[in-house]
Structure formats: structure tokens, C-alpha cells
Design a protein around this ligand. Structure first.
Ligand code: FUC
Length: 793
């Protein structure tokens, strides 16, 4: 190993291979030796609002542009006014075990009003779709000849994409980033010989746009999306401005022509007139984008670059991760080859570390405190009808986006999700009333920037009632990590409203007199009734019960901490005690429903009934060993191969079961080239695209975030009052070092290990207080003071 490292280091010094462009650290670089042909090979950049994807073409550079609030559709009334009138009948049928009939009634009267998400094709209906802002294309002219030494890289540590190649004796370089401090995307083109940069720049999008010249060296693209009613939906503007050294530029036919320049700097600003729960709230996006441009355009390139780097690093550098043994040859492979080599069995622990940091990179790039949460596409959509409308799915997906936020030391980037949750309170109260005659608020399975809280349009998946309970878990978990009382005061009424809703809507099932949700479903999964008919709609699926135990506990505890609502706390505690428990079926698996139904699709991607294992914590190997064993059986029966996010979920579940090698196997599947693994009866096989984007398929960013969280969960856990060090370390990572992971209670940890054994642990206590730290079966009690630093092992 040592010898190889030395050779590689020499090779790197002599041939300049292992180190990236501009001295980027090879373990934080995703690189390619060719331009992207597809979106899933392009390099993503983002400042939380402005997203970009760099293709790095030689004849034509295409840069996909995104603005995080750009949605078609509009606010609508999707609540059926008469839904509550059918509730008693639906429940009666469920209580009698007539689920198929109940489901029919849900379809007819208890779905949303209108077409809802239009079966995930909602761009021209009121539900709308998240859309690409457009494309910047640069058609290079006057260059030809063989291309040599091509390299394209994403430098995670600096948040910069770079492209470099030689053609006809000229070395060309491009550098791009999306800056939060300057609210602009910045692209610089240089060549090592004067006067060699000649191109035609255009802006376009698939529909609904007009481009005009904007001053002598700029373009302006504006348009209005469909709101799904009269066509007059959200307005947007994107601006391009050029700064030139040498050469000449002119606007020709609403295109920007640049001739014989030494250097060209392109700036892009953009805005929408979204007036919703977050974002910029500007009625005039053209003016807002002009203001941003006037601020960014005069800044010297070095200043733009430095400001972006400083801003990005304040988040990114909080956590460091090295996993070894490192094979330097691995980082020398372009990413497509690296993924293939790893899938073929070449050990590459550094790839896992890179994937973890990529997840953090993507969160910093798609979710900033004042903005909207990362959607199914993050902020990297290509097209106007994005998969599943690029919305916020509440039955696992948007939550998964935020799994790495706290443990990955990016706590304040969790904020956009909290803003979304708060925005659902008022519309969700109406939905609660009209469907369930309940107090409080509810959101079902899908939501968008237009406050959609009604059930989905199909009973099979649309009747999930616990989306809002799962959202509220994030509020409480943020408090558990930060102990921020001011935050809890803000969040408490929202959590309380959610708990109220469920407390009101629970009914008693006849067999055990447990309290259950109804109607409900176990996210998207079907079951066979005893007469073999297939249904989805049920009462008290396990996931709901686990979520409600969590929520009721959280609200009771929060009310105690804040010294309010004693009676509500008591009511919730009493109801909590009567919720259907998590049970083990006769075949040893965790029961997903109240009955031991057969499943038509035993390998279904959702593993909702294991919510109590992760992200919940009512199932643990230490406290509930039988249930933990049953969870293991359930996972075995589901099988490993599935969608990207499902693979990611299972990494976390195996990590919670303390099985590092199995978690690692799931991670290896997640890191396999998209679609390269198949299994019988499995509809989707996920993995990673060349640019490490998660493949559902198609691209869906939740798996990136869930995978990053899973890696953290293998290294550190902190639920139920114990901080566990290396709880699921796989044999494949015998050595490593991690710095800056967060644990619940306001703690931060650094750890190093060798030969699979911890060698060093530093715990920083931000808030003081006692903590219990467990490693290798031994638990140590530690009293800490605020700001204290402790050596634990
Ligand atoms: C749920 C999942 C799908 C997909 C979609 C966005 O419907 O079951 O797999 O992730 O959300």
C-alpha cells in the first residue's frame, strides 16, 4: 500500500494527474476526461437559489440554469367541500374489513378536488411543476483540430466547476460557480494565447420565453409560466452580462457575439415573482435581476471567486472525512470509470467519503436559510415537466433530503424545510376540517409552493395521512440537536397543531381497541385481503403508529419544557398509550399493517414500517432486540435492490441495526452505475449516474442525501440519549478520520480509527450537560461544561 502511494505521488508530481486543476484536493474532486453528453454527467453548482449544470463541451458549452422557486401552477382550492360527509362510511367499511369498498369510496369522495398532481404530469394544471429556468449556450467559433488533455472537474471544497483542454496549440480554461454573496452565476473563459476566445452566447428554454439584448453586452430572458387556469402564472427573468478583456462584443439578433477576446467573464442573475413562504418576494423579477447584476458585475473576478469560496467554506469545512485505506489510483480514474471499477470490486473507501461530502455539497448548494427546500431535483432540473413535478413528496422524499442536515453540521440549512412546514399550517387546517372535521392541520403525500395539503388524486397512494407528522419530526429533531429554546417556542404551535389533528382523527379499531388512523395507507404499498382482493387503504398502518408515538411524545415533552398546555400533554400521553403497537408477524417480520396481509409486491421500495428503527428510534437492538431482529427479517424479505432513495434508506436502517457490512453493501449498490443491478420482481433499480447524482431512476436527489446521512449513521449515532461511536463500521473501512459530526444534545465529535479500532475521540460540548458515550459495548458517562473539549477514548 505504502509503496503504491509513493509511486502515485511521484506520478502525480511528474505528470500532474492525481491533483486536480488549480491544485484541487483529489479526494474532493469529481472529474471527467470528456464533456457531458447528458444531464446526469454535467457538474452541478448552486447557491441555494441559482442552480447550474456545466456540460463542458468543446464546440458548444451548455449550462443548464435553475431558479429554486420557478414553478408553474398556482394556488388552488383542492379540498373537497363535502369530503367529511363520507368519512363515517369509509371508516365503517374499514372497521368491517371491507377495504376494497372503502378504497372505492376514497377514490370517489376523499381524494383531492380536481386533477391534483395530474399523475405527476402537472405542469399545465394548477398543481404545477418545478421547471428549468433555461440554458446558456456558448457556441465556439474559429477553433478546430484535435482536442488534447481534456479535463472537467467539480471541486467540492471550493464549489467551482472547471474545464480545461488544448486545441490547436491553445490551452483553454473555463471556471464556473454560483455565488450566494453576489446572487449570481459566474463563468470565466480564458486561453493561454491572446485573442483566441470567440463565441456566440444564447439563452433559451423549452417554452414560454423571450430573449432581447440588454445593453451593449447583455441578454435578458423573460417569460411567464402557465398557472393552470388563465395561463398567467409565475413571471421570471434571467440576465446575462459580459465582461471582456481584449476583442469585441456585440448583440446580434438577440444573441451575444464575442470575437477574439483574451478573457470573457459571464454573469447570470435571475429572479421570479413568487410571493410564497420563502424566497425573494419581488413583484418585478426583471428589476430584481438587474439590481443583482449591477451589484455583481463591477466586482473583480478574484473578489467574486474569493467571496464565494469564503461563503461556501463556512459550511463545508465544518466536517472532514477520510476513509481508508486510500488507493491513490482510484482518484486518478475519471468518475464513470471509477464507479465501474468500484462496482467490479475494486476497494475504494475514498469514494464513500467523497459521496458523503458530495451530499453535504449538494445540500449547501440547494438549501440556504431564507430559501425554499431542496425538491426532488434539488435545484437541478432539465426540462419544464420534471419527474413527479419536482415537488416535495411527504411520504419519505423531502424528509430524506434533510437527513444529513443536523449530523452533517449544516443545521441552519434545515431552515427552508421549517419554513415550508410553517406554510402548511393554515391551508392544512382547512383540509383537516373539511375532510376529518378535526382541529389542527394536516398535509398528506405531496405538496408544492402553492400550499397543497389535500390528499393526492389516487386513493392508492394519496390517502397517506401522516405526511405532516413526519414533517414535524424534523422540528423536534432540530431542537434535540440544538436545544434552541427560541426555535422550540416558534415550532411548538406547529407541532401542537399537528398532534391535535391526529388526536382528533384517531378511531378505535374493534379487535384490540387500539387507536388508529383511518383512512390511511402504508406509503404506496398494497396488500391482499384474505379473499385475495388487493387494496391500499387501511387503518393504523405501522408507520402511522410509530410516527404518532414520536409526535405525541415530542409535543408532550415540548409542552413540559415550555411550561404550557399541561392538559394537552396529558391527553396526548393517554392517547399515545392506546396506539396500536409495532408487532411481529408469525413469519418473524415487523407487521406493516394491523393484519398479516400478504403483499403483491414483497420487494416494494418503501420500508415505512421500519420508520421506528430510522429515522425514529422506538426499535433499537439494545432496547427492543426482538423488534430489531424482526426489522432485520423485514429487510431481508424486501431485498436490497430498489430505487436510489430506497437503497439509501436501507443504509440507515442497517446502520441502526449495527450491521456495518450490510450497510456498506447497500452503499455499494447505491454507488453502482445506474441500472446496472437488477433483481427479479424489482421494478426500479437505482444507483448513481456518472456525476454521482442518485438514480431513482430517473434522477432524484433524495438518494444522495439519504446516502450521505447513512454514511454518517455508520460512524456516529446519538438517539435515545446515547452517543454511539463507530456503531456500524464496515470491514471495508478499517482506518479513517472524521471531524465535526454533530450529535444530539449540542455535541460535536472528531474520531480517528485504525485496524477497525478507535484510536482517538474528541468531543466538544457546545451547551454543557451530561452525556453518555458508548463504544465497543462500553458506555462512559461524561459531565461537560459549555465550550468544553474532552478526550473520550
Ligand atoms: C414516491 C415514491 C416513488 C418516487 C416518488 C417521487 O411516490 O414511491 O418511488 O420517489 O415518490
Amino acid at each position: 500500500m505504502k509503496r503504491r502511494a509513493t509511486l502515485a505521488t511521484i506520478a502525480a508530481a511528474v505528470f500532474g494527474i492525481a491533483s486536480g486543476l488549480s491544485g484541487a484536493s483529489p479526494d474532493l474532486v469529481i472529474w471527467f476526461d470528456a464533456a457531458a453528453r447528458e444531464f446526469t454527467q454535467a457538474l452541478p453548482l448552486g447557491n441555494g437559489r441559482l442552480g447550474a449544470m456545466v456540460f463542458g463541451g468543446v464546440d458548444e458549452e451548455r449550462i443548464i440554469l435553475n431558479e429554486g422557486t420557478l414553478w408553474s401552477g398556482s394556488r388552488q382550492d383542492a379540498d373537497r367541500p363535502d369530503a367529511a360527509g363520507y368519512l363515517a362510511e369509509i371508516r365503517r367499511l374499514l372497521l368491517e374489513g371491507r377495504n376494497v369498498e372503502a378504497e372505492k369510496l376514497v377514490y370517489a369522495h376523499f381524494t383531492c378536488q380536481g386533477v391534483g398532481s395530474a399523475r405527476a404530469r402537472g405542469k399545465d394544471v394548477p398543481y404545477g411543476s418545478y421547471q428549468v429556468l433555461g440554458n446558456l449556450r456558448l457556441r465556439f467559433e474559429g477553433t478546430s483540430g484535435e482536442v488534447r488533455n481534456y479535463r472537467r472537474e467539480l471541486d467540492l471544497a471550493q464549489a467551482v466547476a472547471r474545464v480545461e483542454y488544448e486545441q490547436a496549440g491553445v490551452k483553454y480554461r473555463r471556471e464556473a460557480f454560483s455565488s450566494a454573496p453576489h446572487e449570481a452565476i459566474v463563468i470565466r473563459l480564458t486561453a493561454d494565447k491572446p485573442g483566441r476566445i470567440t463565441f456566440l452566447a444564447t439563452l433559451d428554454r423549452p417554452e414560454r420565453f423571450t430573449v432581447t439584448g440588454d445593453g451593449p453586452r447583455g441578454l435578458l430572458m423573460t417569460g411567464q409560466l402557465n398557472n393552470g387556469t388563465d395561463g398567467k402564472g409565475m413571471k421570471y427573468a434571467a440576465r446575462l452580462r459580459l465582461r471582456l478583456r481584449g476583442g469585441a462584443a456585440a448583440i446580434e439578433d438577440n444573441r451575444l457575439r464575442v470575437r477574439n477576446a483574451d478573457e470573457a467573464i459571464l454573469l447570470i442573475t435571475a429572479a421570479t415573482d413568487y410571493q410564497g413562504f420563502a424566497g425573494r418576494r419581488t413583484p418585478d423579477p426583471a428589476a430584481a435581476s438587474a439590481r443583482d447584476m449591477d451589484r455583481a458585475a463591477p466586482a473583480p473576478y478574484g473578489a467574486l471567486l474569493a467571496a464565494n469560496r469564503a461563503d461556501f467554506r463556512k459550511y463545508f469545512n465544518r466536517v472532514g472525512l477520510t476513509l481508508g485505506p486510500v488507493d491513490p489510483a482510484a482518484a486518478e480514474r475519471p468518475m464513470p470509470a471509477r464507479l465501474k471499477a468500484a462496482a467490479a470490486g475494486a476497494p475504494d473507501p475514498a469514494l464513500a467519503a467523497l459521496y458523503f461530502q458530495y451530499g453535504r455539497y449538494l445540500l449547501i448548494s440547494s438549501s440556504r436559510p431564507a430559501g425554499v427546500p431542496a425538491n426532488l431535483q434539488g435545484i437541478w432540473a432539465d426540462g419544464v415537466q420534471t419527474p413527479w413535478n419536482g415537488d416535495w413528496h411527504l411520504n419519505v422524499n423531502v424528509q430524506m433530503n434533510y437527513w444529513p442536515a443536523e449530523v452533517g453540521n449544516l443545521s441552519e440549512l434545515h431552515q427552508p424545510l421549517f419554513s415550508l412546514i410553517a406554510s402548511l399550517e393554515e391551508p392544512g387546517a382547512r383540509t383537516a376540517k373539511l375532510y376529518y372535521s378535526a382541529r389542527g392541520w394536516v398535509a398528506h403525500v405531496i405538496t408544492n409552493p402553492w400550499w397543497f395539503t389535500a390528499p393526492g388524486e389516487a386513493a392508492s397512494w394519496g390517502s397517506t395521512t401522516s405526511g405532516s407528522a413526519w414533517l414535524c419530526q424534523h422540528l423536534w429533531d432540530h431542537y434535540l440537536y440544538t436545544r434552541d429554546i427560541a426555535f422550540l417556542r416558534w415550532a411548538y404551535p406547529i407541532m401542537k397543531g399537528s398532534a391535535r389533528f391526529y388526536a382528533d382523527m384517531l378511531i378505535e379499531e374493534p379487535k384490540h381497541n387500539w387507536l388508529v388512523t383511518a383512512p390511511a395507507n402504508s406509503p404506496e404499498n398494497a396488500f391482499r385481503l384474505f379473499d385475495k382482493s388487493v387494496a391500499h387503504v387501511c387503518m393504523g398502518p405501522t408507520v402511522d403508529m410509530q410516527l404518532l408515538r414520536y409526535l405525541f411524545d415530542a409535543v408532550t415533552e415540548a409542552s413540559r419544557i415550555l411550561g404550557v398546555d399541561k392538559e394537552l400533554g396529558e391527553e396526548l400521553a393517554a392517547k399515545r398509550a392506546r396506539l396500536a403497537p409495532t408487532r411481529i408477524a408469525s413469519d418473524g417480520r415487523v407487521m406493516e399493517w394491523l393484519e398479516e396481509y400478504e403483499e403483491p409486491e414483497p420487494t416494494h421500495r418503501h420500508v415505512s414500517h421500519l420508520w421506528g428503527l430510522y429515522p425514529g428510534s422506538e426499535i433499537t437492538p439494545e432496547e427492543t432486540p426482538e423488534l430489531a431482529q424482526a426489522a432485520r427479517k423485514s429487510l431481508e424479505a424486501r431485498g436490497d435492490i430498489s430505487t436510489g432513495w430506497s437503497l439509501a434508506y436501507k443504509i440507515n436502517l442497517w446502520a441502526r441495526l449495527g450491521d456495518g457490512n450490510r450497510a456498506h453493501r447497500l452503499l455499494a449498490l447505491l454507488l453502482s452505475p445506474a441500472g446496472s443491478r437488477q433483481a427479479e420482481g424489482v421494478r426500479f433499480s437505482g444507483g448513481s449516474y456518472d456525476n454521482l447524482f442518485d438514480a431513482h431512476p430517473p434522477f432524484q436527489i433524495d438518494g444522495n442525501f439519504g446516502g450521505a446521512a447513512g454514511i454518517a449513521e455508520m460512524l456516529l449515532q446519538s438517539h435515545n440519549g446515547v452517543i454511539r461511536l463507530l456503531p456500524a463500521l464496515p470491514d471495508a473501512w478499517p482506518e479513517g478520520r472524521v471531524t465535526g459530526l454533530r450529535a444530539r444534545g449540542g455535541f460535536e465529535l472528531d474520531m480517528a480509527w485504525k485496524a477497525g479500532k478507535i484510536t482517538e475521540t474528541t468531543l466538544r460540548s457546545r451547551l454543557g450537560g451530561a452525556c453518555r458515550v458508548s463504544y465497543g459495548g462500553k458506555t462512559t458517562e461524561l459531565k461537560t461544561r459549555p465550550g468544553g473539549v474532552y478526550r473520550v477514548m
